[in-house]
Ligand binder design. Structure first.
Ligand code: SF4
Length: 372
């Protein structure tokens, strides 16, 4: 039982709200993001997380596929270490066969999800991606295709001169199952102007997800922190997501993403600290009372910190991945692949019960066929 009186100021009032199941205000969110009392904050978020999910911690068996890193916004997104302009040495474009071969890479476990994101290629029409989705579905019919950030969806609409709704319907007809949460970065225009000027703005990002949810396509949401943003910008970001979720209920999970400084144009040198990572996870859990899951992405914050994060509000540590590109190009030094047994061990040793989930958080009970 939470005893608010045992919490330091200014968390005492927040603790009372958490105990009573009351929604936190924007002012509360700011306190959570700035308090030096991170352990008591984690205790509050851990309490909410246990109320929602008990001792369960989710993971999935997934593969990442990045068909191309060629992107028209290479110089716009100053935080991005992944993108390249056509013809640059580190640019790549997979063929459909490359994609299928990559998808079939065995990590030793039966895969349930392909996570597919890439750059905004100036010359690849949307039909190329539709064919890719159809080809994947043909070869791996039981695997869920979580593909294309809101930025990519917006790009397809611009390129094809069609509506967002039409893009989503066509992709869904080709096999799209849900949308990942990328491209949100920090919504506030003061930050977007510095880190990703010219990219889809907050209203447009929100609109893509709103339309997707209206079509029954669920999605995730992210927030990239640890660069030039101020706490107030993050409060604005979280509240906007919470408002959308109030309207649609279509988000599965929120994933706070720690900025990595290597190989990009932003010119920052610092990494986030473990304390900051835990504070963002805890704050997310406390503020986003209507988004069921908060993910501690082990690739980004390390398996060790992901273990601790499970007591700070997170209930999911992502999946086996097999080959991660985006954050390793930005300097992530974690492994690129982890076996199911290791994920389960990480969760167990943190004091939780590992449950394999599919993309939509249904427990995977029966073995799923491995890709051919
Ligand atoms: S963040 Fe996405 S849109 Fe921006 S440059 Fe990188 S790949 Fe392109």
């Amino acid at each position: 039982m939470l005893e608010p009186a045992r919490f330091p100021e200014p968390l005492r009032e927040i603790a009372a709200k958490v105990r009573d199941g009351e929604r936190l205000s924007a002012e509360d969110a700011l306190i959570c993001l700035t308090t030096p009392h991170v352990l008591p904050l984690g205790r509050l978020a851990g309490d909410v997380r246990r109320r929602l999910h008990g001792d369960v911690a989710f993971f999935n068996i997934n593969r990442h596929i990045n068909p191309t890193n060629v992107c028209v916004y290479t110089y716009n997104c100053k935080f991005c270490s992944f993108a390249a302009l056509p013809g640059e040495d580190h640019a790549w474009e997979m063929s459909h066969d490359d994609v299928y071969e990559h998808a079939a890479k065995q990590g030793g476990d039966a895969v349930t999800e392909f996570h597919i994101v890439g750059g905004l290629h100036p010359d690849l029409p949307m039909s190329w991606y539709e064919e890719m989705l159809r080809g994947l579905k043909e070869r791996f019919p039981s695997v869920h295709l979580k593909a294309f950030t809101a930025i990519e969806i917006g790009w397809f609409a611009k390129l094809e001169k069609i509506s967002i709704e039409e893009v989503l319907i066509r992709l869904r007809d080709a096999g799209l199952g849900s949308l990942p949460g990328g491209g949100a970065e920090i919504f506030h225009p003061e930050v977007r102007e510095i880190i990703c000027d010219g990219k889809l703005d907050a209203d447009e990002w929100v609109e893509v997800h709103r339309i997707a949810h209206g079509l029954g396509i669920r999605s995730n949401a992210t927030m990239l922190y640890g660069h030039v943003e101020k706490p107030e910008h993050k409060v604005d970001h979280l509240i906007r997501l919470r408002d959308l979720q109030d309207d649609t209920g279509g988000f599965n999970a929120f994933i706070p993403l720690a900025y990595h400084p290597e190989n990009n144009y932003l010119g920052l040198k610092h990494h986030t600290t473990g304390t900051q990572d835990l504070q963002h996870i805890a704050t997310s859990r406390l503020v986003l009372d209507n988004i069921p899951h908060v993910k501690a992405y082990w690739i980004m914050i390390s398996p060790k910190l992901a273990q601790v994060a499970l007591s700070f509000g997170a209930d999911d540590i992502d999946g086996t991945v097999v080959e991660e590109t985006i954050y390793h190009m930005a300097g992530a030094s974690t492994e690129q692949h982890i076996q199911r047994a290791d994920l389960e061990r990480i969760v167990r040793e943190a004091g939780f019960r590992p449950v394999e989930r599919d993309t939509l958080y249904n427990p995977v009970t029966a073995p799923v066929a491995a890709p051919a």
